[in-house]
Structure formats: C-alpha cells, structure tokens
Design a protein around this ligand. Structure first.
Ligand SMILES: Nc1ncnc2c1ncn2[C@@H]1O[C@H](COP(=O)(O)OP(=O)(O)O)[C@@H](O)[C@H]1O
Ligand SMILES: [Mg+2]
Length: 241
C-alpha cells in the first residue's frame, strides 16, 4: 500500500502541489491526470524521492519513507520512468537496463538479475541494439529502454510519467500488456498520461489535478463526468462547479 498524505511542494512562490492525498492499493492501476502544469510530474517526483516535499508524508506499507532517498525507495521496489527520459546517455542499452536490476537480490532460482536483463532485452526487441549507446537511438527505442529498466526487477510500485507520448500503436499495446502484468503480479501502478484512450482502458481509479489541487477522484467514467473535470479539460464555464 502506498499512501500520500497532504503532500505539498512549493517552488519559490509557486505551489506546484497543494495537500495531495492518495491511497494506492496493491494489484491496481491508477491514473493521475490533469492539464499541463497541474503538478503531476511533481507528485511522481516526490513519491519516487527525486524531490523532497515542502510538507506532507509518503508511506510505503505503513512505513514513512518521506525522508528516504531514491535508492532506498528503489530497494523497496519503487520504479519509475521520466516524462523527458532519464537514461544514462553514455552507457549502452544493456547497461541502462542492468541499472534497473542493481537492487535485485539474486534468489538462487536460476532467474537472477543477469538472466532477467537478457529476458527483458529479448522481450522488448532490444537485443540487436544492446551494445549501442542510448543517445544514438530514436525516441521510441529510448522509451522502450527506459520501460525495460523500470520493469527488470519486478517493481512493487511502478510510476510512469507520460509513457505513451511518441509511441507507435504497437508499442502502446505492449505498454498496456506490461502494465497489466505488473498489476497482476500484485504491483501498484500510477500512470500520468494525456492519452485518454490509454487512461480509460487501463486505469481502475483516477486522481485529477488542476493547479496543484486535487479536484476529483474515483472511478474513471464517474470522474470524467465531473463538471470540475470537464471544466479543467475543456474550459467549459457553462457548468457551475
Ligand atoms: N523545478 C521547478 N522549479 C520551479 N517551478 C517548477 C519546477 N518544476 C515544476 N514547476 C512548476 O510547478 C508546476 C507543476 O509542474 P509539473 O509537476 O511539471 O506539472 P505537470 O507534470 O502536471 O505538467 C508548474 O507550474 C511548473 O511550472
Ligand atoms: Mg509533467
């Protein structure tokens, strides 16, 4: 279980996130949506430990991890992808995927980190480019490498920041399948995404942010009918929110 309690983040005078609270249960896929600048990436950054919140709390299975580093959280199974990708440019595809397996404890079952890397490289069609530096690859492939890195050690919490942007339809189907596999293995998935087809086909529960404030949460189709959400998305001012 991942809980976020009254999480606030300010940049100078700008409140990027204002007392966000969320409860995310295992084996479920959640969506975090909202217009540009709503605070979605900020929330993912605070949950993964990339930035420290101004106030509020992040807990994992009842344990307060608010002060824990990215690495401590990674060891607890928290994995992510970045909106603008954060691959190690001077490393090869294989080395980048291996980084995702660094915290995996070898389980003596024949499926240690190295064979998990091989399996992911094969499944993602990255074998042929495994020794290429990531900076030389087209965006679609780089996104695949980042997703493979986030999946290589069976995440308990998977945070995806706009994973569908720039993907082909085939890669999109693959992404959906992958996300469902993480869910089926008992993982928590939180997806930030503008592609509503993807959001509505994957997510079981949505949180909606606008200007750092949570304006709605609930089942996807209920949330999409919420007048505040409609107004945030379509600018309709004919509805009183
Ligand atoms: N490092 C930063 N310094 C200053 N302001 C920031 C920084 N990161 C984000 N912001 C501001 O915080 C708000 C939320 O940004 P962000 O979380 O990136 O939104 P979203 O991902 O929903 O588009 C925006 O107003 C943005 O300009
Ligand atoms: Mg963002």
């Amino acid at each position: 279980m991942l809980t976020v309690e009254r999480l606030s983040i300010s940049y100078g005078g700008v409140k990027a996130l204002n007392e966000l609270s969320m409860t995310l249960e295992p084996a479920k896929i959640y969506g975090l949506i909202g217009p540009n600048g709503a605070g979605k990436s900020t929330a993912i950054n605070a949950i993964s430990g990339v930035i420290a919140p101004t106030s509020g709390k992040v807990s994992l299975n009842g344990k307060d991890v608010t002060q824990h580093s990215v690495h401590q959280r990674a060891r607890a199974g928290v994995r992510r992808t970045f909106q603008n990708l954060a691959l190690f440019q001077s490393m090869t595809v294989r080395e980048n995927v291996e980084c995702g397996a660094l915290h995996t404890i070898s389980r003596q079952e024949g499926d240690g980190p190295s064979s998990a890397v091989d399996r992911l490289l094969d499944e993602f069609g990255l074998r042929a480019v495994q020794h290429s530096h990531t900076q030389a690859l087209p965006l679609g492939l780089r996104k695949r490498v980042e997703l493979a890195r986030s999946l290589v050690s069976a995440p308990s919490v998977l945070l995806l920041d706009e994973p569908a942007a720039g993907l082909t339809l085939e890669d999109m189907d693959d992404l959906k399948r992958r996300v469902r596999l993480v869910r089926d293995a008992g993982g928590i998935v939180l997806i930030v995404e503008h592609n509503m087809n993807l959001v509505l086909s994957l997510c079981e529960y949505l949180y909606v942010l606008e200007f750092g404030n949570l304006i709605a949460s609930g089942k996807p189709f209920d949330v999409m009918e919420d007048p505040r959400v409609q107004a945030a998305y379509f600018g309709g001012d004919d509805e009183d929110a």
